[in-house]
Design a protein. Structure first.
Lengths: 266, 331
């Protein structure tokens, strides 16, 4: 009986499933991936210049961690990504909310934002060197440019998605326009904004290689670029895996924050 | 009634696209060679030979592909999508391993003023660069070039602060005044002079035969398609001879072929002044034979030394005989 209901839950859209099954299925996929990887690499099905063995990737990780370089690289990238992401979010979230709520703001800046958001960050790298220089500011700028305009559009959509009924109800209850923005639109957008941040910090990380193309002397993007010249594939794997793990951690943090900050939201 | 989403049709389309993509990949086949390279004036004669039909007349079809960086070309070659790559010999040393076998078939050109070091006006020698930031692409020919010059003057390689970026970005950072020195190439050297942003401290014409472009092919290609390799070398020599006799006509063909920043024939002609092309006689003299290697062996030895010092030879030394095949030079 119980087995049937679990199966049912699995086949029903949005139905919740037991916790062990939830975690278990996630773990199984990882085990499968590492198994296939091990068979392909240890079994020499694929030459080592295409796919290093898991052991070799770990060994290179330990080697870099032992001499301290790995932590320097991780910190260098994290610093750039977080700085860029915070600065970008700090501006994009309020402006995006306004853009989604007030037609005049939307009319003014949306055409500009939609123009900017399609421009390839790569082409701006030489311009950033000219305008900003080659310090950490330039790297942070690449992250900002890659995330800012996307964040604005997504935040505006979140704010537009707040139900009109909520606004009408607050007016009926005698709220002023200012109160409506402050106590209804803002809090109602919070879960959506947190989701948006969770998605866009992932995008910020994907720009790390591009950010570290210029004048970086450490960083995960930098070491993977450097490893490409000479095919040190295990280093590329290492850098990618660490970025992935950092991403996974960030994601969990955002999940918890969202649960605590907006427990009422689905 | 609304039509349900047709999954089977989507699936069929996806399968068809996948098959087309696999089929379009040029795997090794007789009578066909595919060569990857970045945009560089020295690779112009390959386009000349292709467009004048000098490869075709010996039954060879050459597919030339522009890839931004040697690392990308090498990745394509490692997976069998390219038969060979044209790039500098120093660059190649870093990729040769027991898993990736390729050999230099002939030398194409050497940089003769096309690469150089630009500095602010108060810097007058390499020794003056001590403790200063120098922008260059790490692990590239630019780094090899400056390291070679520093070694010649017994200056330790770690006396300068290497600031990593591409050669073009290095020129931009230098002109914008963010770094006191940069290693870059043409047309950036001329740009620095015309913008009066600094001066060229030293260029490759003062170190001839150090930055050398070669063409390498996978060992499997050399073994399985020797006739195609012969046709390649023959066509290349013929194109060089024709180029010498008809500069204007050939500049137009090569500029169109190489493309990129060299699309204009006059830009191509200007860039050509910065290289020396190696014809048959030059090649035989420069490469020598496996038994008595020519000057190329010295560059390979230096390259090994420099990259080992900079920690970029994880697979150990690459010897002349590992990376050169001189048997096709005499066509």
């Amino acid at each position: 009986m119980a087995r049937v209901s679990v199966l049912n839950a699995c086949l029903t859209p949005r139905a919740s499933i037991p916790n062990q099954l939830y975690i278990g299925s996630g773990v199984i996929l990882w085990v499968l991936i590492i198994m296939v990887w091990s068979i392909l690499s240890y079994g020499e099905v694929v030459p080592s210049i295409f796919l290093p063995t898991p052991g070799k990737v770990f060994a290179s990780g330990f080697h870099l961690a032992a001499n301290g370089q790995l932590w320097v690289d991780i910190w260098a990238s994290t610093e750039v990504v977080l700085l860029g992401f915070f600065i970008s979010s700090l501006v994009a979230v309020p402006v995006g909310l306004l853009m989604g709520s007030f037609r005049i703001v939307q009319a003014t800046i949306e055409p500009f934002v939609n123009f900017m958001r399609y421009l390839p960050v790569t082409s701006f790298v030489p311009l950033f060197i000219l305008w900003i220089g080659i310090g950490i500011e330039q790297r942070v700028m690449v992250i900002i440019f890659g995330t800012f305009f996307q964040q604005m559009v997504m935040t505006a959509d979140v704010s537009r998605g707040v139900s009109q009924d909520l606004l009408n109800a607050s007016y009926t209850l005698g709220a002023s326009r200012r109160d409506t923005v402050w106590y209804v639109l803002g809090p109602a957008s919070l879960p959506g904004v947190l989701d948006m941040l969770r998605v866009t910090i992932g995008w910020a990380w994907t720009y790390v290689v591009l950010a570290e193309l210029v004048a970086a002397s450490s960083g995960l993007g930098y070491i993977s670029m450097k490893a490409m010249r000479g095919f040190q594939v295990e280093i590329i794997f290492l850098a990618i895996s660490i970025i992935g793990i950092l991403g996974l951690l960030t994601d969990q943090i955002f999940r918890v924050v969202r649960l605590k900050a907006a427990p009422w939201a689905p | 009634m609304r039509k349900a989403f047709d999954y089977s049709r989507l699936l069929k389309t996806l399968v068809a696209v996948a098959i087309m993509m696999v089929a379009s990949v040029g795997f090794a086949q007789a009578g066909k060679l595919s060569i990857g390279h970045f945009v560089w004036v020295g690779y112009g004669p390959l386009y000349l030979a292709r467009d004048l039909g000098y490869f075709k007349e010996n039954g060879l079809d050459v597919d030339l592909k522009v890839l931004d960086e040697t690392s990308l070309s090498m990745a394509a070659q490692a997976s069998g999508r390219l038969s060979g790559v044209a790039t500098t010999i120093d660059d190649l040393l870093k990729y040769r391993s027991k898993d990736l076998c390729f050999k230099t078939i002939f030398t194409m050109d050497s940089s003769n003023g096309g690469d150089g070091i630009v500095v602010k006006d108060d810097i007058n020698s390499l020794a003056d660069l001590k403790g200063k930031q120098v922008a260059m692409s790490e692990g590239s020919t630019s780094q090899f070039f400056i390291s070679y010059l520093m070694k010649q003057q017994n200056i330790p390689l770690d006396s300068i602060i290497t600031t990593n970026m591409t050669a073009d970005e290095a020129a931009v950072a230098f002109i914008a005044g963010h770094v006191p020195a940069a290693v870059t190439w043409e047309p950036n050297l001329t740009l620095v002079k015309t913008k009066k942003a600094g001066k060229v401290l030293i260029d490759s014409s003062q170190a001839p035969g150090v930055i050398v472009d070669v063409l390498e092919l996978s060992c499997s290609v050399i073994q399985n398609q020797p006739d195609d390799v012969k046709a390649l070398v023959k066509g290349y020599y013929k194109a060089l001879d024709y180029m010498k006799a008809h500069p204007d006509e050939t500049n137009a063909i090569m500029a169109k072929g190489v493309g990129g920043y060299l699309t204009e024939p006059k830009d191509f002609a200007a860039a050509k002044a910065g290289v020396k092309f190696y014809d048959k006689a030059d090649n035989i003299a420069y490469m020598g034979t496996i038994q008595s290697p020519g000057p190329l062996a010295k560059v390979i030895k230096l390259g090994n030394e420099i990259w080992t010092d900079l920690g970029r030879m994880p697979n150990g030394e690459v010897k002349y005989k590992d990376i050169v095949d001189t048997s096709f030079l005499d066509q």
